[in-house]
Design a protein around this ligand. Structure first.
Ligand SMILES: Nc1ncnc2c1ncn2[C@@H]1O[C@H](COP(=O)(O)OP(=O)(O)O)[C@@H](O)[C@H]1O
Ligand SMILES: [Mg+2]
Length: 255
């Protein structure tokens, strides 16, 4: 693959993690190239968050071994925005960085929140709060972005907007990304590569390689979806819908 730098951004070797004798991760090897976007899929309880927390070094309650090499600058986002309610939006973005007010304003504009610098977190919608979390993650120009189901709590429409936003931001800033998700379509639309966690191991490692548009793109998505459904042990119902006739159009008149 082209684009590999002299060394990967993330290098994980023989990683194990367990909680009071319950093994969760059982020998994970994973490389992520600089600027590469990897989605981590797996059933609920398969250990996705455990892996992400190990990489973020916020898993002190877990036991384990293995080797993890990471870039120095990394950011983590979660399903909830985790903003401090007593701080205005701009100050939330500036948490943990110093003297970057102008830069923080720019990043807020980039996430579509220009002019909201002085708002309080409770004045924002869930989607807007998650935009602030993204701005806070990006203001430090991370070489690695770790994201644990960051859109899981958003409604479907907001989620679609956030997908487009994340893709734009990642293209502009080029961090390596590890996105934990249980949403196969989200993984396909955003990631360069999908890895699948099962029984404590990475059971699959699939390049996404979606064509830009049209029939070829839809065909590749259907193929990949079917593969992932099979690997995840879910019945694939997508096939049944593809050939279904569209619902009859109803005419709607306004005024
Ligand atoms: N702090 C913890 N203490 C004990 N068990 C935990 C802890 N965190 C996670 N687990 C267990 O580890 C397994 C994997 O959890 P998790 O990584 O959260 O899965 P996922 O994110 O894929 O849904 C689950 O069985 C869960 O109950
Ligand atoms: Mg989880």
């Amino acid at each position: 693959m082209s684009g590999w730098g002299p060394s990967p951004a993330v290098q994980v070797r023989a990683l194990t993690r367990s909680f009071t004798a319950k093994g969760v991760l059982n020998g994970i090897d994973l490389d992520i190239a600089p600027g590469e976007f990897v989605a981590l899929l797996g059933r609920s309880g398969s250990g996705k968050s455990t892996l992400l927390r190990a990489l973020a070094e916020i898993d002190h309650e877990a036991e384990g071994s293995g080797e993890i090499r990471l870039p120095e600058r990394l950011s983590v986002i979660f399903q909830d925005a985790r903003l401090l309610p007593w701080m205005r939006v701009l100050d939330n973005v500036l948490l943990g960085v110093s003297g970057q007010r102008a830069r923080a304003g720019e990043v807020l504009a980039e996430v579509g929140l220009a002019g909201r610098e002085r708002a309080w977190p409770h004045e924002l919608s869930g989607g807007e709060q998650q935009r602030v979390a993204l701005a806070r993650a990006l203001v430090r120009e991370p070489k690695l972005l770790l994201a644990d189901e960051p859109f899981g709590a958003l409604d479907a429409l907001t989620r679609v907007q956030m997908h487009a936003l994340l893709r734009r931001l990642v293209d502009a800033h080029r961090p390596a990304v590890l996105l934990v998700t249980h949403d196969i379509d989200e993984a396909m639309l955003l990631a360069d590569r999908i890895v699948l966690l099962d029984q404590g191991r990475l059971a699959a490692d699939l390049p996404v390689a979606l064509p830009g548009a049209g029939v070829a793109r839809r065909a590749r998505m259907a193929e990949l979806r079917a593969t992932l459904h099979r690997l995840l042990g879910v019945e694939d119902v997508a096939e049944d819908h593809t050939e279904a006739a569209p619902p009859p159009a109803t005419e709607v008149r306004y005024g």
